[in-house]
Design a protein. Sequence first.
Length: 172
Amino acid sequence: MTWRLRRASPEDAPAVALVAAASFLTTFAGILDGADIVAHVAKNSSAERFAAWTTDPASVVTLVEHPDGAAPVGYTLLTTPDLPLTIDAGDIELRRIYTLPAAYGSGLGQALMMRAVDDARAMGRTRLLLGVYGGNDRARRFYERQGFAIAGRRQYRVGATLCDDFIYARAL
């Protein structure tokens, strides 16, 4: 299957927010409280936030559409790092990379990562950073296969739950 990857515009923000909500729910259902998931998504993945990122010159939002009907099925967000590390001018954070379960095992994750790396390089960046939930072994294995190594840790709250993340880095 050939997925359609394209740079998102402000008009795409509702579609990206929909995928963000669905993928966060899919990833964290059974780990986090349902009400906390809903509140977290409303605060951090609104259409308004994605619209702002699409117009921010320091950010790139990529939307993935299904080849049959153009339904949104994945996305990435590259933006200014907000991580507890020493940040250099050449750093950029892959703050989000998600696909819906219908795309699992299709190679879409690899395609999204390659696109993010290309976009980061085109922006003149030299290191790609990301945070991943420590209990998400599947994602961690994927990032390690992509050449990322652990560069630090962070904790953050989603509602009442304190989450532990690994921070990964990869030279570009």
